[in-house]
Structure formats: C-alpha cells, structure tokens
Design a binder for this molecule. Structure first.
Ligand code: AP5
Ligand code: MG
Length: 216
C-alpha cells in the first residue's frame, strides 16, 4: 500500500503514521523527521534547512524531491510506504507523480486528516517529543514522568523549535497557501480519502482503517 498522510501542521499525521506503519508493516517516512535528523547531525542539508524550519517556511522543492527519491528507492519500501509531510507543494506533487510513474506505482492514496483550527493549535502546544528516540507525546500523558516511556531516556522531553506562537502561525499560513493545493491535485485524480481527525487518537485511527478497508 502506498499512502500519503496529508493535513495541517499538528493535525496528527505523525501519530497516525506510526500506528499505520505498525499495522500495515510498511515504513513511516516523515520528511520533517528526516530534516530534523539532518539538522542534528549538521549535514549540508541540515545546515541549509535549520533556519528555514525555525521560521516555519518550506525547505526548497529540489532538496525535498531528491530526499524522497533516495528514500523511497530503499529496499524497505518494496511493499509500500506511508509518507508524512510530502508532497507539500504543487511542484513536489508533480515531481512525485513522475517518480511514481517511473517506479510503476499506480495505487497511491492520499488520506486527508482534518480538524478544527483551535484543536490543532491545542495539539501543537501540548506536544512534547523525546529528543533521543523522537517519539511524540501529549503533555498530559508524560507530565509526571522523568523517563521516556518509549526508550527510557532520562529528562528527554522537549518542545520543537517550530512549536512557538509566531512560527505556528506562519506554518499554518504556509499550509493554507502552498500545501493545500496538493489536496486538489490528488482529488482531481480520484485518489483522496478524507477523515475527520477530531476525537481521540484511537478513534481517528479506527476511522482511517475503516476508510482504507472500504476502498480496497
Ligand atoms: P513536519 O515535521 O512535517 O511538521 P508539520 O507538517 O508542521 O506537522 P507536525 O509534525 O507539526 O504535526 P503532525 O500532523 O505530525 O502532528 P502530530 O502527530 O505530531 O515539518 C516541519 C518542517 O520541516 C516544515 O515546517 C518545513 O520547514 C520542513 N519540511 C518538512 N517536509 C517538507 C517538505 N515536503 N517540503 C518543504 N519543507 C518541508 O500530533 C500533534 C500533537 O497532537 C502530538 O502531541 C500528538 O500526540 C497529539 N495528537 C495527535 N492526534 C491526536 C488526537 N486525535 N487527539 C489529541 N491529541 C492528538
Ligand atoms: Mg509530524
């Protein structure tokens, strides 16, 4: 199965992608995670991306197109993948169609997760991640813990650099201006499933699985 998880910053793409990846046995590919790792390792791409990401703007299309080309060419993508955060502009969507065509993949499906803006902002404000394993948590669930429940690292919870008020506002603006057209791009091709992302993580996950089941 070849899936694009699509939706606003903070809607729950990463959370749902991890659950689907375990259920379907295909890799979760988050371009945000790939870039944050590159920033951490101070690679050439990381140095270029750092400032752009901390403003909440998009990293140039040509860089992202190359990253994805390399990543989905790896052997673990043989049975499929779950993309989280890509494609994020019309240019990326057109390049991705071309790549899928070259690879003979014709069953791509975009799952569009939606939620109200006040809920999205609440979710971003309450997000904490583990700086060692990258696992995402809801603040309420870890507030009395000192160790990460996923990897046992001590005092590793942090707020992402781009999860501050002004940057969140810019990320939402960029999503509305540049990323939303990607939804229309795939809708025209009849490749979209929309899922209401309001409700608990488990409820949203059940909705996604039943939407996928009814399509196959
Ligand atoms: P990226 O990392 O992709 O960030 P994003 O799209 O802004 O999305 P988030 O990771 O903030 O949200 P999410 O939807 O994954 O939500 P999550 O599951 O964490 O991109 C970061 C930056 O990298 C970009 O701004 C850009 O600069 C660059 N970049 C990346 N890809 C690029 C590309 N293709 N082109 C150019 N630049 C690119 O959930 C949020 C919180 O809510 C968590 O705490 C979670 O536990 C909680 N939660 C989830 N679901 C629920 C629920 N149902 N109920 C309650 N809480 C929930
Ligand atoms: Mg994410």
């Amino acid at each position: 199965m070849h899936i694009i998880l699509f939706g606003s910053p903070g809607v729950g793409k990463g959370t749902q992608a991890k659950l689907l990846s375990t259920k379907l046995g295909i890799p979760h590919i988050s371009t945000g995670d790939i870039l944050r790792q590159a920033v951490k390792e101070q690679t050439a791409i990381g140095k270029k991306a750092n400032e752009i990401m901390s403003r909440g703007d998009l990293v140039p299309d040509d860089v992202m197109i190359e990253i994805i080309k390399e990543r989905i060419g790896k052997s673990d993508c043989g049975k499929g993948f779950i993309l989280d955060g890509y494609p994020r502009s019309d240019i990326q969507a057109i390049a991705f169609d071309k790549l899928l065509n070259q690879l003979g993949i014709n069953n791509i499906i975009l799952i569009n997760i939606t939620a109200k803006e006040d809920e999205i902002i609440k979710r971003i404000n309450n997000r904490r991640a583990c700086k060692v394993c990258g696992h995402i948590f809801i603040l309420e669930d870890i507030k009395n813990l000192t160790k990460c429940p996923n990897c046992s690292a001590e005092k590793s919870f942090y707020l992402r650099d781009d999860d501050t008020k002004g940057v969140i506002k810019n990320r939402l603006k960029v999503f509305n201006l540049t990323t939303k057209p990607v939804f229309e791009h795939y809708k025209k091709q009849g490749k979209v499933i929309s899922v209401n992302g309001m409700g608990t993580v488990e409820e949203v996950n059940r909705k996604i699985i039943s939407a996928l089941d009814s399509r196959s």
